[in-house]
Design a protein around this ligand. Structure first.
Ligand SMILES: [Zn+2]
Length: 288
C-alpha cells in the first residue's frame, strides 16, 4: 500500500512541477497542455510518465534534445516519498489524503520560493482551506490509531482559527525584531541593491516577506497554536543555521535567503513528530 501511495505521489509530483513552473508566471495550470520549454513541442503521454520518462529519455527532450533539469525527477520522487511517509504514518484516512494535498502545495511553494522568492497566494490559500477542512472533518473522521501516536493531532475548528490568527502575528513580530536587530546589514543591502537596480527607488527590504507570514497562517490552521509553535521555532532555527552557514561560506553576497523552505521543513517536522516534542516540553515543565 505504501508503494501505491508512492506511485500516486509521483503522478501528483509531476503536476507539482507544472505548478512550480507556471504559477509564478501567472500561466493557467490546466491549459495549454505540457510542452517542452525549449522547443515548445507538446509532450506526449510517453514523455509524461513520472520518474521513468526522465530516465529512459536520458534527461533530455525527445524532440529538441534540450537537457531536462534533474529537478523534475527530484520533485516527483520527493512527492512520492512524502505521500508514502504520510500513509505509513497516518494510514489510509481522510485526514491523510488532505495532508497529501497540503504537502503537494507546500512542495510547490518550497521551490517557487527557492527559485523566485515567491510563494503564490493561491498555494497559501489552498493550504488554509485544507487546514479548515481537516478541522471540520474532525478527529472522529479518522482512524483512532494516531490519537495515541506522536504526530500532531488534527485540531478543532476553534484551534485552527486560533492557530491561523496567532502564528502569523508571532512571525510578524519576529520579522519586526529581525528588522531592528539587522538594521545595519539590511540598510547596507538596500543601498547595494538600489545601486545595482535590483530594488526599485524607495523599495524597502524586510528580513522576511509577507508570503512567509501567510505561510505561518497555513501552519497555524493545520497544526493549532502548540503544533504551529513547534513548526515555527523549528523553521526559524533551521533558517538561522542555514543563513549563518551560507554567511560563513561567504555565499550570501548579493543573495537573499528564501525563508519559506525553512518554515516548510519546520512544518513537516511538526506534522510527523510535533506531538512528541510538545509532550516532552510539557513533561519538562511539570518537572517529570
Ligand atoms: Zn524540446
Amino acid at each position: 500500500m505504501a508503494f501505491i501511495a508512492f506511485i500516486f505521489g509521483t503522478v501528483v509530483g509531476s503536476f507539482v512541477n507544472v505548478l512550480i513552473y507556471r504559477l509564478p508566471k501567472g500561466i493557467s495550470v490546466v491549459a495549454p497542455p505540457s510542452h517542452c520549454p525549449a522547443c515548445g513541442h507538446r509532450l506526449e503521454p510517453m514523455d509524461l510518465v513520472p520518474l521513468l520518462s526522465y530516465l529512459w529519455l536520458g534527461h533530455k527532450c525527445r524532440y529538441c534534445c534540450a537537457p531536462v533539469s534533474w529537478r523534475y525527477f527530484g520533485v516527483e520522487a520527493l512527492t512520492g516519498a512524502v505521500f508514502a511517509l504520510v500513509y505509513y504514518r497516518f494510514g489510509a484516512t481522510v485526514d491523510a489524503g488532505l495532508l497529501c494535498v497540503l504537502f503537494a502545495c507546500l512542495i510547490a511553494a518550497f521551490f517557487t520560493d527557492v527559485d523566485q522568492y515567491i510563494i503564490p497566494d493561491s498555494l497559501n490559500a489552498a493550504g488554509l482551506i485544507i487546514g479548515f477542512a481537516r478541522a471540520v472533518a474532525g478527529p472522529d473522521a479518522f482512524s483512532t490509531r494516531w490519537l495515541s501516536e506522536p504526530g500532531v493531532q488534527p485540531v478543532t475548528v476553534l484551534g485552527a482559527l486560533a492557530g491561523a490568527a496567532v502564528l502569523p502575528g508571532l512571525l510578524y513580530l519576529m520579522i519586526l525584531l529581525g528588522n531592528v536587530m539587522f538594521r545595519r546589514q539590511i540598510a547596507e543591502q538596500e543601498s547595494q541593491w538600489a545601486n545595482e537596480g535590483i530594488l526599485e527607488e524607495g523599495e524597502r527590504l524586510d528580513a522576511m516577506g509577507m508570503g512567509d507570514v501567510k505561510l505561518a497562517a497555513v501552519m497555524g490552521a493545520n497544526l493549532g497554536i502548540a503544533g504551529g509553535l513547534v513548526a515555527l521555532l523549528t523553521g526559524v532555527f533551521i533558517g538561522a543555521v542555514f543563513g549563518l552557514a551560507l554567511k560563513a561560506m561567504k555565499r550570501l553576497e548579493g543573495h537573499a535567503i528564501p525563508f519559506g523552505p525553512a518554515l516548510i521543513i519546520g512544518f513537516s517536522v511538526s506534522v510527523f513528530v510535533g506531538g512528541d516534542v510538545i509532550r516532552w516540553y510539557l513533561n519538562l515543565l511539570a518537572g517529570g
